[in-house]
Design a protein around this ligand. Structure first.
Ligand SMILES: [Zn+2]
Length: 259
């Protein structure tokens, strides 16, 4: 079985000491490709460098994370934008809105997100979207560009049936499903099969965060995606092979990556 981790912060300092071992374990476990999102200007360069080390295996996504949007966001975006012409880049991300921790930069977050949505249209690169406590605001912005967007991922989806339906109204967008699915109190094993067809799901770890059960609390890594596949297969009542085959196909459709 081979599969794809669409969202992993492999450039993080958590992996600095044993990066090669982490990548080797991922390859051994069946991870055929890894998508690596940026969060700020500095990480755009670390992510591009890391992906050059593992060409064709690690794939960069460039963007400004909503939690990193500060008063200088316009200046930061001006510097990130030229880097999008690097042929390795597969997506704009991770970008979006996060009103969970703070609303201090609410207007700046809205403006920075909209600007990067415009990049998605201009470069025809899919979006890797982070959204927390802001779905209505996020959907309002995306709707303005709906017909021109190439697609993308609503990463770390944890919402209810209504929220899932609302997001799936965007063509060529899929939900990123990771460790939260395996948590004891998660409603996702019910919500997903009820309203989300399997051709609208991709796998992700969000490593080093969000480790799935039974690794919860540990540093997450791409190899742990197997636990998500097992739980997803149970929830949908299909084989693990089917989950892998379908999600690989979905990744190919959204990002053009084939394994
Ligand atoms: Zn992330």
């Amino acid at each position: 079985m081979r599969f794809i981790d669409t969202h992993c912060h492999l450039d993080g300092e958590e992996f600095r000491d044993d990066l090669e071992a982490v990548v080797a374990r991922a390859q051994e476990a069946g991870v055929g490709a890894i998508g690596i999102p940026c969060i700020d200007l500095a990480s755009c360069d670390t992510v591009l460098a890391m992906c050059r080390r593992y060409p064709g295996y690690c794939h960069p996504m460039l963007g400004l994370h909503p939690e990193e949007v500060k008063e200088d966001w316009q200046h930061v975006l001006e510097q990130i934008k030229p880097r999008l012409s690097d042929p390795q880049v597969i997506a704009i991300g991770e970008v979006g809105l996060d009103f969970y921790w703070s609303r201090e930069f609410e207007q700046a977050q809205l403006d920075a997100f909209e600007e990067q949505v415009k990049w998605s249209v201009e470069f025809q690169l899919p979006l890797m979207i982070h959204c927390r406590k802001a779905q209505n605001e996020l959907v309002a912005i995306l709707k303005r560009y709906k017909d021109d967007l190439p697609g993308g991922v609503f990463h770390c989806f944890t919402g209810n049936e209504t929220e899932a339906r609302q997001l799936l109204e965007f063509d060529n967008f899929v939900l990123g499903i990771g460790g939260v699915l395996t948590f004891k109190k998660s409603h996702l094993p019910k919500v997903l099969p009820a309203v989300v067809p399997l051709d609208r799901i991709v796998l992700e770890t969000d490593a080093p965060y969000m480790a799935p059960v039974p690794m919860r609390g540990k540093r997450n890594e791409s190899a742990f995606i197997r636990h998500i596949i097992t739980r997803l297969a149970e929830a949908y009542g299909v084989s693990e092979e089917k989950i892998c085959r379908q999600t690989n196909e979905n990744v190919q459709k959204v990002f053009g990556i084939q394994i």
